[in-house]
Design a protein around this ligand. Structure first.
Ligand code: MN
Length: 228
């Protein structure tokens, strides 16, 4: 006779200034959303067709937690990104309607097994094994949008062992947040609890065991952790 499994714990993130937590439903990510990063990867930006992929909700790692160096890679890369958290549902939205879904903001790392991604690209395979592995999505505590909203001059940056690795202003994004949400909503019915990684600027590079990372979305959220 089979035993029923106990329900899994719902992944969640802390909320800045609150004892409550934000329940994570899904994690969407956009690729190639900063032109300089697309160039460093040998790719080009397609302004008409944003490119999306997903990570499982339980890949999210909270601020301050150790991140185990993943199996099956020798080239783990950091990608610092603004993370948008959704607080309501919508589908087939226009960009003008999209901002109403935003619950808050954070900063995260879209950790990538770059060697597996290169193999996937070469074989026209999907990116899941490169992007959607365990512990692949460290994310800060979330800042409610009614407290602070990032703008085009907001700085997004990452330091590793104190050294600046990636830095941009959000105005460098190819697809802005309303455009990203609107485009995703043409493909999925978006729901409260969904997180969206909004793309990384240039400067992606390898992380090693023992590295300490500090990501910042200026004035909004901070994320720290260690690769172990
Ligand atoms: Mn990314």
């Amino acid at each position: 006779m089979n035993h029923a499994l106990a329900p899994h714990a719902l992944p969640s993130l802390p909320i800045i200034g609150s004892d409550q937590r934000f329940p994570i439903r899904r994690v969407f990510c956009i690729g190639r959303n900063y032109a300089e990063h697309a160039r460093e990867m040998g790719a080009s930006v397609d302004k008409s067709a944003p490119m999306f992929f997903c990570k499982p909700a339980d890949a999210v790692v909270s601020d301050g937690a150790d991140v185990p160096y993943p199996q099956a890679t020798n080239d783990l890369h950091h990608e610092v990104e603004m993370v948008v958290a959704l607080g309501s549902a919508g589908r087939d939205l226009a960009p003008e309607q999209a901002s109403a879904l935003i619950w808050g903001y954070g900063v995260g790392l879209d950790l990538t097994r770059r060697d597996l991604q290169a193999q996937a690209k070469a074989k026209s395979h999907p990116w899941d094994v490169a992007k959607a592995f365990d512990h692949s999505a460290p994310v800060s505590a979330l800042r409610p949008a009614n407290e602070a909203t990032p703008g085009p001059d907001t700085l997004l940056q990452l330091r590793v062992n104190g050294e600046l690795r990636q830095q941009t202003r959000l105005g460098e994004m190819v697809h802005g947040v309303p455009e990203i949400i609107a485009a995703l909503s043409q493909l999925f019915e978006l729901k409260a609890g969904d997180l969206i990684f909004t793309g990384t600027p240039a400067g992606v590079a390898a992380l090693q065991r023992g590295d300490h990372f500090e990501a910042e979305l200026q004035g909004i959220a901070n994320l720290g952790g260690r690769i172990v």
